[in-house]
Design a protein around this ligand. Structure first.
Ligand code: IPM
Ligand code: MG
Length: 359
């Protein structure tokens, strides 16, 4: 029996609510596919600040390194909003991404046909369905560039530097083209090359990388236009490859187009099989502990873990099908609820999905 060690980081807000459901589904999938999972619960984010005084304790990094992957809920909340930038809970996620070299963030945005009514766009715009993948660069750009404060003639100022090296762009472009080969073979690279020097380098390197992928079509798009196209005609997109900041923004936009941010999973990968899996949504402190959060994005993230870190595509698909089945049966968490569907809480949604694995 194959055995995998999974670092589990519930984090803050709804993090513990949703992660426990994903663990439940993983256990069930393990039993079905004869995979053994050992879960190692670790502290990070605001919970870690409160308990041990640091958002990313050394112990967490050390244990996670001994594991095969990380499952993370969410971090952050108003309780820690007044901390200085480098002490905020969000630094835990950024630290994990950097520490493990997880430069490639895959954020699939899929409109489940059952959720068409939850999509805020006009029905004819999504009639043929929606299935796009945002490939976001995750360890470079303005998130990790030089930052600081200085005095100017307009008063004290603060700055953050956007910088991309050729190597960083090339490796994320490679990931995007590889992904496109397994999909509809279209890549749109998003930048702001009409203004930013870093974007001009980005565009040149993506174009060079494309030469090795003649089967894949490449289009460049300015980020403002891409934001507009995502709501004007979202079905035109297959793979979107972009930098850290633009990817953060566009993936939230893409998620809403699919009905709810509560549905979008993500995988953060490096050069090996190790990965970090988390929903793209935040910690939603206002509904924490109330059994109202949608656990599906986290459960779908666990499916991505099975696919990308453990090479268990069949088990991954079984989880994805189980989610679709529960939606088919009309069950909805509050974020997706419409008249005529059955409202369920976090716990019940997780239980229904775990049960649906058997079908
Ligand atoms: C995300 C989040 C993070 C990011 C925050 C929590 C640091 O918004 O994963 O999209 O900006 O990358
Ligand atoms: Mg974000």
């Amino acid at each position: 029996m194959k055995k995998y060690h999974i670092a589990v980081i519930p984090g803050d807000g709804i993090g513990p609510d949703i992660v426990s459901q994903a663990v439940k589904v993983l256990k069930e999938a393990g039993a079905l596919f004869e995979l053994e999972f050992e879960f190692h619960e670790l502290l990070a984010g605001g919970a870690a600040i409160d308990q041990v005084g640091a958002c990313l304790p050394a112990e967490t990094v050390k244990t996670a390194r001994e594991c095969d992957s990380i499952l993370l809920g969410a971090v952050g909340g108003p309780a820690w909003d007044r901390l200085p930038g480098d002490a905020r809970p969000e630094q835990a996620i950024l630290g994990l991404r950097k520490e493990f070299g997880l430069f490639a963030n895959l954020r699939p945005a899929l409109l489940f046909s059952q959720l068409a009514a939850a999509c805020p766009l006009r029905a004819d715009l999504v009639a043929g369905g929606l299935d796009l993948l945002v490939v976001r660069e995750l360890t470079g750009g303005i998130y990790f560039g030089e930052r600081g404060h200085k005095d100017t003639d307009m008063g004290p100022a603060a700055y953050d530097v956007e910088q991309y090296s050729e190597g960083e762009v090339r490796r994320i472009a490679e990931v995007a083209f590889q992904m496109a080969l397994k999909r509809r073979r279209q890549v749109v690279s998003v930048d702001k090359a009409n203004v930013l020097e870093s974007s001009r380098l980005w565009r040149r390197v993506v174009t060079e990388t494309a030469a090795a992928y003649p089967e894949v079509s490449l289009e460049h798009m300015y980020v403002d236009n891409a934001a507009m196209q995502l709501v004007r005609q979202p079905a035109q997109f297959d793979v979107i490859v972009t930098g850290n900041l633009f990817g953060d923004i566009l993936s939230d936009e893409a998620s809403m187009v699919t009905g709810s941010i509560g549905m979008l999973p993500s995988a953060s990968l490096g050069s090996g099989s190790f990965g970090l899996y988390e929903p793209i949504h935040g910690s939603a402190p206002d509904i924490a502990g109330t059994d109202r959060a949608n656990p599906m994005a986290t459960i779908l993230s666990a499916a991505m873990m099975l696919r990308y870190s453990f090479d268990q595509a069949e088990a991954a698909q079984t989880i994805e099908k189980a989610v679709a089945q529960v939606l088919d049966q009309g069950y909805r968490t509050a974020d997706l609820y419409t008249v005529g569907t059955t409202l369920v809480g976090t716990e019940k949604a997780g239980q229904l999905i775990a049960e649906a694995l058997q079908a």
